[in-house]
Design a binder for this molecule. Structure first.
Ligand SMILES: Nc1nc2c(c(=O)[nH]1)N(C=O)[C@@H](CNc1ccc(C(=O)N[C@@H](CCC(=O)O)C(=O)O)cc1)CN2
Ligand SMILES: Nc1ncnc2c1ncn2[C@@H]1O[C@H](COP(=O)(O)OP(=O)(O)OP(=O)(O)O)[C@@H](O)[C@H]1O
Length: 218
């Protein structure tokens, strides 16, 4: 496993992105099937009525089987959509099966903007996040745009706003020992890989620390 503290953030991103891109199409298909088996029967997935996921890019694990299953079960499925302005903002917009998409400035497909189909993140039940690297404590390293952290920043201000449940999706090879936490990082409930679940156990620790409480006395 990669030791995060021996690399700068950009170096860590390069290394982990190269790892996931090196997976063959057959390995990617297999990983997508295993991911589906990890999640499809889980209560968090079964209960969710409004859920956001993503279209894979740059070797990310593919949630397409979960998307199809969600649509089969009549759930509302949302994709991230980069706002024209401000350019740092990302929204979530409902898509229909077979809807035509367009490419954003990072060449990732997204729906055509339509305000009536958008939903605020706190009104979603489940958010499946792409990531570059993860650790065992709910830590997430993304592509570096800060889009998810910004969209979820309300969680750091309102600790009792629980929605949506945040699940990172990744290939097992994207795990690192421990990511340094930034003040704006929003911890994941768990990360699900093709091999299993990694509960975000640092979450409470982190939230307690943020609230200025001290759990441990010397
Ligand atoms: N599948 C997927 N969709 C997503 C994200 C993601 O991580 N994965 N995002 C999560 O935030 C947002 C897009 N964020 C991104 C942030 C940076 C780069 C990036 O640096 N890409 C290039 C440069 C490409 C270019 O400028 O043309 C790179 O590969 O270096 C890409 C996406 C919204 N949609
Ligand atoms: N809540 C926020 N408010 C303002 N700026 C933010 C916020 N969250 C993150 N940022 C900015 O976004 C930039 C990128 O953050 P970071 O490297 O953590 O992104 P990331 O989580 O890897 O990317 P992404 O979420 O898009 O996948 C940082 O420079 C940070 O200052």
């Amino acid at each position: 496993m990669i030791h995060a503290d021996t690399h700068s953030r950009p170096a860590l991103r390069r290394l982990l992105r190269a790892k996931r891109r090196a997976l063959t199409p057959a390995q990617q298909r297999q990983a997508a099937r295993c991911l589906y088996r990890q999640l499809a029967q889980h209560p968090l997935f079964r209960r969710a009525r409004h859920m956001a996921l993503y279209l894979p890019n740059d070797g990310e694990i593919d949630p397409i089987l979960l998307q199809r299953e969600a649509q089969r079960r009549g759930k509302q499925v949302y994709l991230p959509l980069l706002a024209r302005w401000p350019r740092t903002h990302m929204r979530f917009q409902r898509i229909d099966a077979g809807e035509s998409l367009q490419r954003n400035r990072f060449r990732i497909a997204e729906p055509r903007p339509q305000a009536s189909r958008q939903r605020r993140p706190w009104a979603l039940d489940l958010l499946l996040l792409p990531l570059v690297g993860f650790d065992d404590g709910g830590g997430r390293l993304g592509m570096g745009g800060g889009f998810y952290d910004r969209a979820l920043a309300y969680r750091l201000r309102h600790r009792n706003w629980q929605k949506p449940v945040l699940l990172g999706l990744a290939h097992a090879c994207q795990q690192v020992d421990r990511l340094p936490l930034e003040s704006w990082d929003v911890p994941l409930h768990a990360t699900v890989t093709d091999r299993g679940w990694h509960a975000g156990c640092r979450r409470e620790e982190l939230e307690e620390a943020r609230a200025g409480q001290h759990l441990h006395h010397a």
